[in-house]
Ligand binder design. Sequence first.
Ligand code: SF4
Length: 366
Amino acid sequence: MASLPMPPALNMGPPRAVNEQNRAAATTEVAPVRTGSADARAAGRGPSGAGEKQPRRAMKVILAQPRGFCAGVVRAIEIVERALEKYGPPVYVRHEIVHNKFVVDSLKAKGAIFVEELSEVPQGAVTIFSAHGVAKSVVNEAAGRRLPVLDATCPLVTKVHNQGKRYVAQGRVLILVGHAGHPEVEGTLGQIDGPVVLVQSEQDVAALTIPPDTPVAYVTQTTLSVDDTRGIIVALERRYHNIVGPEIRDICYATQNRQSAVRELSHHVDVILVVGAKNSSNSNRLREIGAEAGIPSYLIADGSELAPEWVKDANTIGITAGASAPEVLVEDVIDTLRTLGEVEVSTLPGRQEHIEFRLPRELATS
Ligand code: SF4
């Protein structure tokens, strides 16, 4: 297993740094990512007798482009880091700032305290809402307690909230396409006054009891792509003729781009490793897309979760990462593969992302 740097050493960096990193990675040139420790580990697994060296197996690793951090995640992490710098530790974060244990542990080590309920936040303590957004009741509770709040809700999630509110104000019944229990869905349901109905599948659409002549509208969870929601939306449009929904361009660019990239990756590889957390909706979806393309696909948090038998017959291994997984964890997986053989790394050409979201006013100039 590759050893990870201690979380505090992780430089998750500002948006510009991440974009530069993505640009640098967008090359089809072979780009070895050697580390001394990985080579040492690999050497340690070789035959011990002098002159008995056996050739190590060779593997190609192809990285999807884009992969990993999106602009909303970069912004959320930067909000916590800047708040720690400006106000000093501790700062309180409601829910995991993004769904990645490594990121959360890194911020904990710097002085962030993660809580699930505002009741756990001491009076007067700086409080940050996670990238997934929160219900109005949470906003109101924080205001009632006069907690100083920094909102790390991704602007694209806020856009969904505002779109939903506009539809309801037009007198439409709102249908939210998403996964029950996901914090973003809980937040969206709790942001919109009026009738909001959650549907998770085409079967849910068939079971709806809203009369067919009702004016309805739909919005979607941001970590579902256009492709994910197409079937459900077609089913809704068949049932309801007076229906409106957001423009395609309103769907989260990062979700769509990462899914398109993993589909492309599936044409070139024997196995796909998705780096991401088990509770990350978009990472799970990336794994599913790989599997749907007929490629054995595995979701792993880092190199320690890589089972050698998954890759033992693979000549070409594809790697991607969910929107909340830092690049250092992708490198950790590559380091672990290097303990199994020689690795040649290249990156598929893919869409370049140059999106950055502004920080809250309180932190923009600190
Ligand atoms: S996946 Fe999309 S909506 Fe979610 S945080 Fe990233 S940019 Fe925002």
